[in-house]
Design a protein around this ligand. Structure first.
Ligand SMILES: [Zn+2]
Length: 86
């Protein structure tokens, strides 16, 4: 099996290699997180709007980001089904 795993950024839908994506855990409440894979561009945007960012262990990546957004908001895009045609 090849190791070239690719993922889709869950905000903009860009396909990128797993090692370039960042696993981000969005805090919903104390024990609940929403995990998203983000491309560097969307990660930047999220980090700028976040209230706090911490390093954490992700599901797949050892260095995932634990992000708290204002109001524990989860960025739109993932489960809202806003998918652009590739
Ligand atoms: Zn993106």
């Amino acid at each position: 099996m090849a190791r070239d795993i690719s993922v889709n950024c869950e905000i903009c839908g860009t396909t990128l290699p797993l090692e370039r994506a960042k696993e981000v855990l969005f805090e919903r409440d104390q024990n609940s997180y929403h995990v998203m894979d983000l491309c560097p561009t969307c990660l930047d945007d999220v980090l700028q709007r976040s209230e706090s960012v911490n390093d954490t262990n992700g599901m797949r990546q050892q260095a995932a980001a634990l992000v708290r957004m204002p109001g524990n908001e989860i960025p739109a895009g993932a489960s809202s089904g806003a998918q652009k045609g590739s």
